[in-house]
Design a protein around this ligand. Structure first.
Ligand code: NAP
Ligand code: G4F
Length: 341
């Protein structure tokens, strides 16, 4: 009998974690995920693949843990001995990181070190993926690739730079198979509701339905390289299947402004965003990242990776999904999956 590969995913309840769990299960993996204790259910994105643990052949197993709690991570890694570890957990909101910088450094920065130390100290033979970010490039002019120097512009980005280098250091110092995926922004209808793309797509659905009349945003001139999250999680998997551990930029190679996102999103429902959008300074950042546009030619050459969804399609699919979601909510068609403790 061939034993299934096992993977451990931190941040499994987030956008990327949920898509990655689906991908790995479709490839025959047994997937273990770390979730935080929360006073309400925080595993909504896993509903499509969740099975009651009492059922036979459950391939998704959730464990309580926290990036600030090294003991929980060490115990899990030692007990599970996963073949692959995808470390996606983080306080991932850039604006919020200015308000909780110390917590962001604790989880987004030191969380990575805790996992790497757990791997090293336990001697578990595994492959480690670090969710590095294009935010690390910050003020460095585009196009950004694997050789572009980092210039972080937020506590979040500074924490990710630490996590990036500690991953490289454990690779060099201890020979761990540890890689950085430097991913540019990637979105979907599972994107957190306070990131700008999802904030806009949800607002479009609500404004169209007459439930909202204003949308307050910050900097409309920022340019981002926005891709589609399911495309990007397949690059994570590819990085851990290589014979040699290496770091890769993953991006679409195109950048668009928040204004352009607004144009396409409101056009989709034949509305003019100028009538609804107001700038609220509370959404501006003390220091902004003006322009991210990635050069993913190394990933194309080595991994054979290319994005399948481009900007106009991404905007359309997000708006359509939020319209459908709102209609389902209004019709009472949404029933969450209950799970035990
Ligand atoms: P996300 O939706 O915000 O998910 C973050 C995940 O981390 C959630 O599962 C969250 O749990 C978990 N988490 C947060 N704090 C934690 C803690 N203290 N202990 C344990 N788990 C904790 O982020 P995402 O968009 O999926 O991104 C995945 C990773 O890629 C993140 O590290 C992010 O920084 C990085 N990244 C994202 C992008 C992007 O464009 N999406 C680009 C580059 C890099 P809860 O559900 O309980 O909050
Ligand atoms: O959607 P955002 O909050 O994403 P941001 O800051 O680029 O960070 C995301 O992508 C990173 C990869 O580059 C990840 F590492 C990170 O975890 C996260 O997933 O903001 C995008 C742009 C910014 O320039 C922001 O200032 O949109 C601008 N913006 C304008 N109004 C706004 C708003 N952003 C948010 N969240 N909310 C607004 O009202």
């Amino acid at each position: 009998m061939i034993l299934a590969k096992t993977a451990l995913i931190t941040g499994i309840s987030g956008q990327d974690g949920s898509y990655l769990a689906e991908l790995l299960i479709s490839k025959g993996y047994e997937v273990h995920g770390v979730i935080r204790r929360s006073s309400s259910f925080n595993t909504r994105r896993l509903d499509p693949i969740y099975k009651d643990p009492h059922e036979a052949n459950t391939r998704l197993i959730l464990h309580y843990g926290d990036l600030a709690d090294g003991v929980s991570l060490t115990n899990l890694i030692r007990d599970l001995q996963p073949h692959e570890i995808y470390h996606l957990g983080a306080q991932s909101h850039v604006r919020v990181s200015f308000e909780i910088p110390e917590y962001t450094a604790q989880t987004t920065g030191l969380g990575t070190l805790r996992i790497l130390e757990a791997i090293r100290a336990s001697g578990v033979q595994t492959r480690f993926y670090q969710a590095s970010s294009s935010e690390m490039f910050g003020a460095a002019p585009p196009p950004q690739n694997e050789h572009t120097p980092f210039h972080p512009r937020s506590p979040y980005a500074a924490a990710k730079v630490f996590a990036y280098w500690i991953t490289v250091n454990f690779r060099e110092a201890y020979g761990l198979f540890a890689v950085n995926g430097i991913l540019f922004n990637h979105e979907s209808h599972r994107r957190g509701e306070t990131f700008v793309t999802r904030k806009i797509s949800r607002a479009v659905a609500r404004i169209r339905a007459g439930l909202q009349d204003k949308l307050y945003l910050g900097n409309l001139d920022a340019l981002r390289d926005w891709g589609y999250a399911p495309d990007f999680v397949s690059a994570m998997w590819l990085m851990l299947q290589q014979s040699k551990a290496d770091d890769f930029v993953i991006a679409t190679g195109e950048s668009h402004s928040v204004r352009e996102f607004l144009d396409l999103a409101f056009d989709r429902v034949r509305l003019d965003w100028h009538q609804f959008v107001e700038v609220d300074p509370r959404y501006l950042r003390p220091s902004e990242v003006d322009h991210l546009r990635g050069d993913a030619s190394k990933a194309e050459r080595v991994l054979g990776w290319k994005p399948s969804v481009r900007f106009p399609e991404l905007v359309a699919l997000m708006v359509d999904a939020d319209i459908q979601l709102l209609e389902d909510e209004l019709a009472g068609r949404l029933v969450g999956v209950d799970r035990e403790s």
